[in-house]
Structure formats: C-alpha cells, structure tokens
Write a protein that binds this ligand. Structure first.
Ligand code: CUA
Length: 685
C-alpha cells in the first residue's frame, strides 16, 4: 500500500519543482510578454505573478481588498435593480460576484417565473394594470425593509419605472410575492422608499397623468387636469405584503416628481421628494405644413426656471387625515386632495436649484441634501430650520396650486460647490456626504454640519474627489440609507464603460466601481471595476450579509406563493391521477432521479392540473419540470410544491423532463405526456 502512494508523491514533487523553476526563470526575464506558458502569470509566487502580469503594488493591494477566498462568504450583499431586465440582482461585496437573479417584473425561465407555474403566473398577472398585459418592467429603486431606521433583512421593494408598479420580494427565499399596479400612477422614477419602521413603502408618480384615471385630456389641459400622486402602500408587518385597503395617496400638482427619501430620527414622519418641470412644459407640437416644431421641446421648456420645488409631506399627519375620513375615493384608493393637504398643513414646498435630481436625508435625519443637475452645488437644508419656519408661517407665498412655499434663506444650511452635474448623495457615519457628479465623472466628498462631524474638518466644504469611469448615476455606501451607515465601501453605478473592458460591440456593459472609503478618513481609493451587461441598474442597497437569514430548503410541501403548506403537496406513496369529466388532476412527486407518475395519458382538449412536490430535503437538490412544446418550465426547490394548469390542446406524445442537472441519472428523470387525439376511437376515461 505504501509504495502505491510513494510513486505519485514523487511525481507530484517533481512537477511542483519544475513549476517553481519555470516561474523563477520567467521572473528573471524582463517581462518579454506573450510568448505563452507561465509568462502570463497564471502560476509562480506572488512576485512572479505580479511581474508577469504587470501589476503594480497598488493593483495587488486592490486585488487583495476585493478577494474572497473559495468557500468563504462576502461581508455584504448588494441588491441591485436590473434596469430593463425587470429583475433584481443579488451581488456579493466586496467580491462583486453575482449570486442570484430575482425575477420581479419580467418572466425568468430558470426559476420558472412566468412559464406555467402558479407562483410566477399568478404574480405577473396580478401585476397587470387593468386591460393591459405587461411583459417587462424597468426596475429602478430597491428599498430594503427597516426596523428603527436600520435594514432588517426581511423584505425588499422595488419599483418599475416604466409602468408605475412596485414588487415585493420576500428575503427568506428571495422570490417576488406580489406586484402592485399602483392606481393613479403611470410612471415612477426614484420615488420609492420604506419608512423607518417599514410602516409604508412610498412610491411617487413621475410624469403626471390626466385625472380621474382612465380619462383623456390633451396637453392644453395639462395644468388643470393632469396630476401626480404620492402613494403610501401599507406594509403588513407579518408578511411584508402590501395591503391596498389600508393604503392611501396624496394628490400632487403636475410637476414631474422625482427622487424621494424618508425622514428619519429627528425628521421621522416626514417625506421629501424633488421635482422638475415646474414650468409645466409639455414639449413641442409639430407643424405638419412646415415640418417645424411649434414651441419649445421638453428639454428646453423644462429647464427654464432657476428653482424647482422640493416637496415635503408630513405622512404621519396624512395618516391621521385618512383616519378622520378626509379623503375621496379615486381609482379605488383613498386620496387626500391637494386643497385638503394644504388646508391641513401636510404639504409644503421649498425652492430647490435647478432641475434637481437627488434628495437624500443624512443619517441623523437633520440634513436634506439636494443636487441640481444644472448647478455645481449641493444644497443642504436643515430640518430643524424647516420645522421652525413652518411653525412661524415663514412662507414666500404659494405656488399656482396654493401650496405654501418656505423661504429658501430661512431653511438652507449651506450650499457646497462640489462640481459639475451633481446627482445623488450618500453618507458615512463621520459626517461626510458623497455626491455623484455625472458631468464630471467623479465622486465628491464633502462635510456636513459641526453637529455630526467627528474629524475636526471645517463644516460644509469639499474635502476629496475621485474620478470614476464614466458618467456616474447613483452611488451607494454599505448600509447607506440607514441611520448608521458603514464607513468602508462605496459603489459607483456608472452608465458608460467606454474603454474599460474588451470590446464586445456597440452596446457596452454598465460599470460598477467599488471604492474604499478608508473608514471615512479618505482619500477615497478605487478598488475594482465590475461589468454589468444585463440592463441598466439604477440603484442598489447594500446590507450586512449577517442580517439576512434566508431559507436553505423549504419546509416539506411549501407553496412558495403563500409561504405556507400547499394543500396539494404530497409525500412519496401518495401520488395519484384523478379524472373528473374533461379535467385530469395529477399529484406527482419529484426526487432523484424520477417523477412519479411518469406517464400521463390525457385526451386532446382536457384541462390538466398538475401538482408537483419536490420531496427532497437536501440543500441544493433542485429539480426542474418542463413539458416540451407546451411552454411549461418551473424550478422545484427542495421541499417546494408547484401547481400547473393548462389545456392539452395539442395531440401527440410530449416529453416532460427535469431541467436541472440533479444527479447521475438526471437525463433519465423524464416522462411522457400522451395527448390522445380527439378523433381517436377510444377516449381515455
Ligand atoms: Cu432532477 Cu435532473
């Protein structure tokens, strides 16, 4: 026995020695380049690899900062909206590896979302506005549920920019459980957040629409008839689902409401959202005689005013107005009309420069940071001053809809010149804000007020700047939207990557860049690039990984739609087929490596109801279930029970099979759906 091991051991030692010699020889040559073999840096010791690959000490440091060894886990989980993919991406940080795709608004075949299984089909169908069948969404703003202003790892909400919808994702199994087509809202951009104790998910309209919903009004009636809405979707504290009967809305003027954030701590109970196009531009009509535009295009018309309006809503007071019955039913929702909101003092405006985008509330809740896309400053408002001004009726007047406008000078704390094209701001715990600069392709770091600054730096000053690549939109710090952000990482979400990756055709990937915040002490340091070639992720939220406790397997017989026991789930030995008129109902099990039963005989035109239970309780023992030519595919996770219903409208012999490589006999995990033609002599009964 011993001699048998000795021979391979000696061979191995010779191999290792050979590799070391080859590597050192390669280290000795002066980087002669691409002549193949180990000179590419695939092996050798650290210095050899670095030399062969041309890595500077800086590069090596960054590689180590990002590296998560095989078998170890990332410290953070980032939930990224998937943009046009209509999905949500789960990404480990700092490694920046995609771990999962969560299907939200768009069918997704691996998970079987939208391909015949009850879970996906039910949710996608419920998410269709009346009379419309949508097959995509533009996911924009993920919002993690919070307890006491900190992410709690229970639920995730995300909006659909294109269609004004919101999806709710259960973080126990990271699956979508609900899509709400929010009434009275057609589009929503960045107006999604969760309040500090997850009382509500708030979503705002972007472009206003004619009210009442379902009516038509031309652009000449824009000011009178078009309206926006702030929708407060009540979150059930047990399930995380939205209860529309307990939700409400507030009518808004036809400005283009934009990014939003919830107050926290000192400003808890308030919500803030920016707006642009207070000019009420509707774009230019085209003269069919002259083929020339009449009037101003939207871009010019909507950027004339030096100030637009930051909106303030006291949502806790709004909740009381609803309880007091001060609402009207519109589109099936309880709506506080604009004049009621003004009369009761729950809606105010603050002038904000110019064509603003982001509004972000600092961790203590005191500072509201607004970025004007066409102004090189961030404007910092002080919530304490806002409260004082409201109490003192310190208004400069009202807008055309009678909404009181606070005096800018009474509520501003500072304006900090940060650079060209500021968009969004995130914070650390040391009193800094980090603002994305779209036009300048940079992140600016500036200081907030002395009450939160721990570094001894002067208040309200630009203190650092780092270039990014290129055209940054949002940015996010770890635990960034909470009352206690971490001070280690920032992710820049860049729209253009240009020259950062190997050319792959005219459509380039988006570019995430991981930045080291050096414990808030700076200077900021770029660690790594991550290409994202799936859609345009708009925003991310980043949670400590240990706050999540996802399921490893489902309890036996779980319906993932309801997260409770499926009444049609079975155990091995309970499989059966029942025929009732033209309906055939099948209770099937799936386990390595067979379906029971594995022959289904039906007549052409029969309704087939299939209940398939994956009776496995082993981690990762997923099976799939697909029927050829019937467009049916689902993923059956361990313990999960999935229901299908379809009409066997095509006669023939159709193979069904397991779509997951589950075992050595995975290919044998299959069966037949035999659909006997309706003109056959003997029907099956
Ligand atoms: Cu089960 Cu492949």
């Amino acid at each position: 026995m011993k001699r048998q091991y000795l021979v391979p051991l000696v061979a191995l030692m010779v191999l290792v020695l050979g590799a070391m010699l080859a590597a050192s020889a390669c280290g000795d040559d002066d980087g002669g380049g691409d002549d193949g073999g180990s000179s590419t840096g695939a092996s050798g010791d650290l210095a050899d690899i670095a030399a062969a690959r041309g890595l500077t000490p800086e590069d090596q440091k960054h590689a180590l900062q990002q590296f998560v060894p095989p078998g170890q886990y990332d410290d953070y989980i980032m939930f990224a909206s998937g943009g046009h993919s209509g999905q949500v991406y789960v990404i480990g940080m700092p490694s920046m590896r995609i771990l999962k795709v969560i299907a939200a608004f768009t069918p997704e075949p691996w998970q079987g979302f939208g391909y015949g299984a009850d879970w996906g089909d039910t949710i996608l169908e419920e998410g269709n506005p009346e009379g419309t069948e949508l097959t995509w969404g533009d996911t924009h703003h993920p919002a993690l549920s919070e307890t006491g202003g900190d992410y709690d790892g229970r639920w995730l909400y995300v909006n659909d920019r294109a269609n004004g919808r919101m999806a709710m994702i259960d973080l126990r199994d990271m699956r979508t459980k609900q899509i709400i087509a929010v009434p009275n809202i057609q589009t929503s951009h960045g107006g999604l957040f969760v309040t500090p104790d997850s009382e509500y998910a708030m979503i705002t309209s972007k472009f206003p629409m004619p009210w009442p919903p379902g009516t038509y009004a031309g652009s000449d009636e824009y000011a009178e008839v078009y309206r926006g809405a702030s929708a407060w979707l009540k979150i059930d504290q047990t399930t995380g689902l939205v209860n529309m009967d307990e939700s409400f809305q507030i009518e808004l003027p036809p400005y283009t409401q934009d990014l939003a954030d919830a107050g926290k701590l000192v400003s808890d109970g308030w919500a803030f959202f920016g707006s642009f196009n207070t000019e009420l531009s509707t774009g230019a009509d085209f003269d069919e005689e002259t083929d020339l535009p009449i009037g101003e295009p939207m871009e010019a018309g909507a950027s004339k005013n030096n100030f637009d309006y930051l909106h303030l809503i006291n949502w806790k007071a709004a909740e009381q107005l609803i309880a007091d019955g001060k609402y009207e039913m519109i589109g099936g929702q309880r709506v506080i009309r604009m004049d009621t909101a003004v009369e009761e003092g729950i809606l105010y405006l603050i002038p904000e420069p110019k064509s603003p985008h982001g509004i972000d509330v600092s961790p203590t809740g005191r500072y509201l940071v607004v970025s004007g896309k066409l102004d090189p400053h961030v404007t910092v408002f002080d919530f304490e001053k806002i409260e004082t001004a409201i109490a003192a009726d310190d208004f400069e007047g009202t807008d055309d809809y009678g909404i009181p406008i606070l005096n800018f000078d009474s509520v501003v704390a500072a304006q900090v010149e940060v650079g060209a094209g500021p968009l969004h701001t995130q914070f650390d715990s040391k009193g800094h804000g980090y603002t994305s600069l779209f036009l300048e392709s940079a992140v600016a770091k500036f200081t907030l007020g002395e009450d939160v600054l721990t570094s001894g730096e002067p208040a309200f000053e630009l203190v650092d700047k780092i270039s990014i690549h290129y055209n940054i939109g949002h940015l996010a710090t770890a635990e960034g939207d909470t009352v206690s952000p971490d001070d280690n990482y920032l992710v820049a979400l860049n729209k253009w990557s240009i020259d950062r990756y190997a050319p792959i055709g005219p459509l380039h990937p988006q570019n995430f860049q991981l930045i080291d915040l050096v414990d808030g002490a700076g200077p900021m340091d770029l660690i790594a690039d991550m290409p994202f070639g799936i859609g345009e992720p708009h925003y991310v939220q980043i949670i400590k990984a240990d706050k999540l406790s996802p399921l490893e397997i489902y309890e036996p017989g779980t319906d993932s739609l309801t997260m409770s026991a499926d009444p049609d789930a079975i155990i091995a030995g309970e499989e059966r087929i029942e025929r009732n008129g033209n309906t055939v109902e099948v209770w099937m099990t799936a386990t390595r490596s067979h379906f029971v039963p594995d022959i289904l005989r039906v007549n052409e035109g029969d309704t087939v109801i299939l209940h398939v239970t994956n009776i496995e309780q082993t981690r990762d023992a997923t099976h799939g279930f697909a029927i050829s030519q019937y467009n049916i595919q689902a993923s059956l996770e361990p313990g999960e029970s999935v229901d299908f219903e379809f009409v066997a409208d095509k006669s023939g012999a159709y193979n069904f099979y397991c779509t997951e490589f589950c075992s050595a006999l995975h290919l044998e995990m299959a069966g037949w759906l035999l659909v006997q033609p309706s003109d056959a002599v003997a029907a099956i009964d």
